[in-house]
Ligand binder design. Structure first.
Ligand code: HEM
Length: 299
């Protein structure tokens, strides 16, 4: 056997003779680049498809990370759960950045592509995308009405029904709180997980207590901050999507026949981990007298 590292690499390559290099075999580059199938002759359609497919990949990555974090929480391994959730925060950065690559799009560009897509595949809406919905369910925003879009995809429908009825990331955080002795109401732990989550004063109080004593609760406060980062990343994506819709679609009626922007606006208020936000009204001690007022009085 040769001691030359380069020749060792060639011998060890299991892809030798398969028409692949180790890189192409591992990264599946041939399969990957066969996935962009345009429907129009618009020169920007590759950018559009790439943008959406990259978003799909990141949503799936976020799903996997959240599932890993949930498993860590269930094993009471807060540190590893937190490390995993920091990666989710990091994955939001490229998701926001790639909006740049379709910023050139005018309504004429969008409709040149959409009209061909409708002619080939029928009228579509991104609400038919199961990865985004699975991610949203895992973030705790449980809306069963969106399941209707997956009737033509029975396996995905069953998958989403299952995720809808299982604990979200936030449910696992609350179950963890309960196991470490925080007062989580039993009614909340035993509720129907497929129904929309109703915020509770008791959970808000838990977050207030955690933030009231950061020295004692440093790990839980860090978890809270990371969840806030994730909620912000998710909401920032929705804001960019809304602006892209305004820019390329105007006030046209969309899939449901109602104005697309008007349909999207209420979704901006669907922010994950509600009590983590509402608790902030009570966190920190405001000064007894507003400092600006005392200046005005010449104090
Ligand atoms: C820039 C042009 C775009 C326009 C005009 C547009 C328009 C819309 C509209 C009107 C809706 C509401 C549902 C409907 O009527 O279909 C929607 C939902 C949605 N779109 Fe887009 N969209 C655009 C780009 C994108 C891209 C590039 C993606 C993916 C990367 C995307 C992903 C989604 C998702 C996931 C939803 C569901 C949102 C939710 O449930 O809150 N959209 N879009």
């Amino acid at each position: 056997m040769s001691n030359n590292p380069a020749s060792l690499d060639i011998q060890a390559s299991s892809s030798h003779g398969t028409g692949q290099t180790p890189y192409s075999a591992w990264m599946q580059t041939d399969a990957l680049h066969a996935l962009q199938r345009t429907v129009s002759d618009h020169p920007g359609e590759h950018a559009w498809i790439t943008h959406v497919q990259v978003s799909e990949l990141y949503w799936m990555l976020i799903i996997k990370e959240i599932q890993t974090a949930q498993a860590c929480l269930r094993a009471d391994n807060l540190r590893e759960a937190h490390r995993t959730l920091r990666r989710v925060v990091a994955h939001h950065a490229p998701l926001q950045a790639i909006w740049k690559s379709i910023e050139w799009m005018t309504p004429s560009d969008l409709f040149a592509m959409l009209s061909c897509a409708v002619a080939k595949y029928g009228k579509d809406t991104a609400l038919q995308g199961w990865t985004y919905r699975q991610m949203v369910y895992l973030l705790g925003i449980k809306q069963s009405q969106h399941l209707e879009h997956f009737v033509p995809q029975p396996e995905r429908l069953a998958q989403l029904r299952k995720v809808l009825s299982e604990p979200s990331l936030y449910d696992d955080v609350l179950a963890y709180f309960s196991r470490i002795g925080r007062s989580v109401p039993t009614s909340l732990l035993e509720r129907d997980l497929s129904a929309p989550y109703s915020p509770s004063k008791e959970i808000e109080q838990i977050w207030r207590d955690i933030y009231a004593d950061p020295d004692k609760n440093i790990e839980l406060q860090q978890l809270g901050e990371t969840l806030a980062d994730i909620a912000e990343g998710f909401t920032e994506w929705k804001h960019r999507h809304l602006m892209a819709t305004r820019r390329t679609f105007g006030a046209r009626p969309a899939y449901f026949g109602t104005e697309g922007v008007a349909w999207l606006m209420p979704t901006m208020n669907e922010i994950p981990f509600p009590e983590l936000w509402s608790a902030r009204t009570f966190i920190g001690d405001p000064p007894a007298v507003c400092p600006h007022m005392s200046k005005a009085r010449g104090a």
